[in-house]
Ligand binder design. Sequence first.
Ligand code: SF4
Ligand code: SF4
Length: 591
Amino acid sequence: MARIAVLHKDKCNPTGCGDHLCIKLCPINRTGADCITKGSDKKPFIDESLCTGCGICVNRCPFGAISVINLPEELKEEPIHRYGKNGFALFSLPSPVFGKVTGIIGKNGIGKSTAIKILAGVLRPNLNNTDMPAEKDQKKSYDKLVEFFKGTEKQVFFEQVRDNKIRTMYKPQNVDLIPKNAKGKVRDLLKRADEKDVFDEVIQTLGLGNVLDNDITNVSGGELQRIAIAATVMRKAELYIFDEPTSYLDIKQRFIVSRFIRDLADENTAVMVIEHDLVALDYMADIINIMYGKPGVFGIVSQPKSARTGINIYLDGYMKEENVRFRDHMIRFDIRPPVEETRSNILTEWQRMSKKLGGFNLSADKGNLFKNEILGVIGENGIGKTSFVKMLAGMLKPDSGEPGVQTSLSYKPQYLDADSDDLVCNVLKEAVQNNSNDIVGPLELKPLLLKRLNELSGGELQRVAIAEALARDAKLILLDEPSAYLDVEQRLVLSKVLSNFASTRDVGVMVVDHDLVFLDYLSHRLLVFEGEPAVKGHAGEPLSMEQGMNALLKEVNITLRREALSGRPRINKSGSQKDKEQKSSGKYYYT
Ligand code: SF4
Ligand code: SF4
């Protein structure tokens, strides 16, 4: 297979382009051959065996609905799964290894979830035979996979799965869907899952004691994530797969869950994990499989690499062993330019404040925010971060203390409303008019402008909501968890967009997030919240990055160093010389 042609059906509008423009323009069609024809659904169908890859249809389609890509020469195998003719193609699968945690890293839309759904037996692959319906019989499906992977380690794996020697448990990505399918109290649901008699131990480790009597429909995103992880781990299995296990979790919970997943692997147990939080992934994984290709078109799985090397290669965008370049630039963690910390540059300044909100008590020490500054905000969910910022913006009056000059606020909430059928171009009218080059372009929003909000994926909706918040005329921008649903590269692009935005306007940006690499990359200072969710919350004074991270890391007893090549933060191995040195000198966070 030298070339792949993919039609993005959601973008194709055959009447809008002047009646199948691509069919009229294709030079192979003009010779009388049927390279592009009309399918039964009236959308074009491209015969890949006739297409020469000239790119005319790709460049001339007004809706960007066609991708034609020459596949890497080294790629010899056929796709293991294709989502229909002219649909996304997945080549190969990552390999589980007993005793190890295998991490999978790659862009959104590159086939990571498809790959692990195949390994988990949730998706029966068609082995590129798109004319045949999916194999209904599970055993026959595994027989075909055994044949497909003959002579490789995956042949052995699928033989064992077929013969019931390997059972797989899988935690899906979208934990928000769980309450739609599961009913009842958390305790009852987890008791039913507890095949290994580890209920008390898992509940304690994952800190789920106080939600056991809640109904599953009445728990937060972070709790739902940990419940889903607990339910997966309580079942007996030889292979555990976790699709984005740290979404919705705060930093402390991320360390706890990462450690918990890492400790699952033993000689009889293999673990696989898809994760976009690089610090968490690095901490959990022994081995990394990079997935590369073109989002929405095709995905390829790399050879396994050690975690450190794999993440570095991913950031470099070049795999030396395979001689494959999958990005035209390296990702590096540059040092941020400092903001001007002078009185004249203060955007807002607040005194000690307190506020009672029902049974919840919020308090804050005095502090300030400079123009052009990005203040990272760290703290558990439900601890008063949004209420605090609303006090700064004059939307909530404190019971005591002074919030300072009222500052106009633009706010992007943590949970996004995907129910609206408004067009993205309506929502982003101001952003497109005023910020096309520095927001709309880098966040790749142009292809989304004609879509409706309720058609967007989580990552697309997130980028739209961020652009909308940045485009409003306000001095204080609060972004609550902007990294959620974004892949590693999108997170780094967003960091750059935010840094550029803050440095070129008279605004201050507060970013609540739980991804350490993301926060480390963009924050000038940190505001640390402490307390007990739904009971009390306290905001300290804004601290330097070093002071803030030191306080946080000390509490979780973890030290960070900077990776020499890429500059990314890495967790020191507990008890290593570096770990001991940093702890004894009180420097949990590198400087
Ligand atoms: Fe028209 Fe583009 Fe669809 Fe072809 S792919 S029919 S050019 S909208
Ligand atoms: Fe025809 Fe292929 Fe050229 Fe498109 S890229 S116009 S399908 S030959």
